[in-house]
Ligand binder design. Structure first.
Ligand code: SF4
Ligand code: SF4
Length: 308
């Protein structure tokens, strides 16, 4: 059985990638499960999707604990513990990261025994990040070695029909280019045998110490703690204000930001709090003078690290 986990941020196409991979494997004769798992939030929040594929009936259910292939569409998720990207990796797992850095750098950084391969980012302009998922799906299909180009093409046509002929053609071109670029890694992902319940052994008995009621059942009174959650890590696109074009009508952008991430300075200028801006792009849409633009987060971070 193949067990595949795809990690991305909302809006990057992880769900689409899982559907395309699932359909392509189905076309190749596999039994398939594919499902997304969302958090409580929206665009930019960490999500994952998973795919199981086997030649016989799949009895396993639930999320994948021991993946054969982990696909990371957004490398900024790797240090986010809650995203669980590295959870359950073994020396036989293949880790595919959408990153400009090479596999050796990632292996050293993460001290991993797993095989690491990287998919070079190509799409830098605003709006194109939604294609990351489909490129990852194309690359992942090639790494499996059991999905033909024809099956991948069929799956993309099948799953993305709603996008119309032009949308399908755009996605096909990107997915097939990624597929072709991994010819040297064709089939590097190995199927693992189905997990047998007896292999897990019996459950261990855990003694929980009895605590005083005040300790074991505390009331939770934690007002104003949301500020401690740095939701700025979720962003894939960064809103940027051009103060030259700004008319200081802050009752629009500041009021309509759903996260209260646009404080207003004493002179009436809006300022974006990047620690907490999730990149929903509502401010970009509502600004009447188009003073707020958007750039890919990765590009903004590179510019900060290397201002020259
Ligand atoms: S809505 Fe646009 S023009 Fe108005 S204050 Fe915000 S950034 Fe400036
Ligand atoms: S409205 Fe603008 S500042 Fe507020 S979270 Fe969305 S993108 Fe960030």
């Amino acid at each position: 059985m193949y067990r595949i986990r795809i990690h991305a941020r909302g809006g990057q196409g992880a769900k689409t990638a899982s559907r395309v991979l699932g359909s392509a494997l189905f076309r190749e004769g596999f039994e398939v499960q594919d499902a997304p798992r969302y958090g409580a939030e929206r665009r930019g929040a960490p999500i994952f999707a998973y795919v199981r594929a086997d030649r016989s009936r799949i009895l396993e259910r639930g999320t994948i604990e021991r993946p054969d292939l982990v696909v990371v569409a957004d490398e900024t998720l790797i240090p986010v513990a809650a995203a669980g990207v590295l959870s359950g990796l073994t020396e036989r797992t293949v880790l595919l990261i959408h990153s400009a850095e090479d596999p050796a750098t990632w292996r050293n950084r993460l001290c991993l025994a797993a095989t690491v391969v990287t998919l070079e980012p190509q799409l830098e302009s605003a709006g194109e990040l939604r294609f990351v998922g489909i490129r990852c799906a194309g690359a992942a299909a090639r790494l499996l070695g059991t999905v033909s180009r024809a099956a991948l093409t069929w799956a993309i046509r099948e799953e993305l029909t709603a996008l119309g002929a032009l949308g399908v053609a755009e996605n096909l071109e990107l997915a097939l280019a990624a597929y072709d670029s991994f010819d040297h890694e064709d089939g590097c992902v190995q199927e693992a045998p189905e997990a047998r319940p007896e292999a897990a052994g019996s459950a261990r008995w855990i003694e929980l110490p009895f605590e005083e009621a005040a300790v074991s059942a505390p009331d939770i009174h934690g007002a104003a703690t949301s500020v401690q959650v740095r939701t700025g890590l979720w962003r894939t696109m960064r809103p940027v204000i051009d103060l030259e074009r700004c008319h200081r009508c802050h009752w629009l952008c500041s009021t309509l930001c759903p996260d209260g991430a646009i404080p207003v300075l004493a002179d009436g200028s809006p300022e974006i709090d990047y620690e907490h801006c999730k990149g929903c792009m509502i401010c970009v849409a509502v600004c009447p003078t188009h003073a707020i633009g958007a750039i890919p987060e990765a590009q903004a971070r590179r510019a900060e690290e290397d201002p020259g």
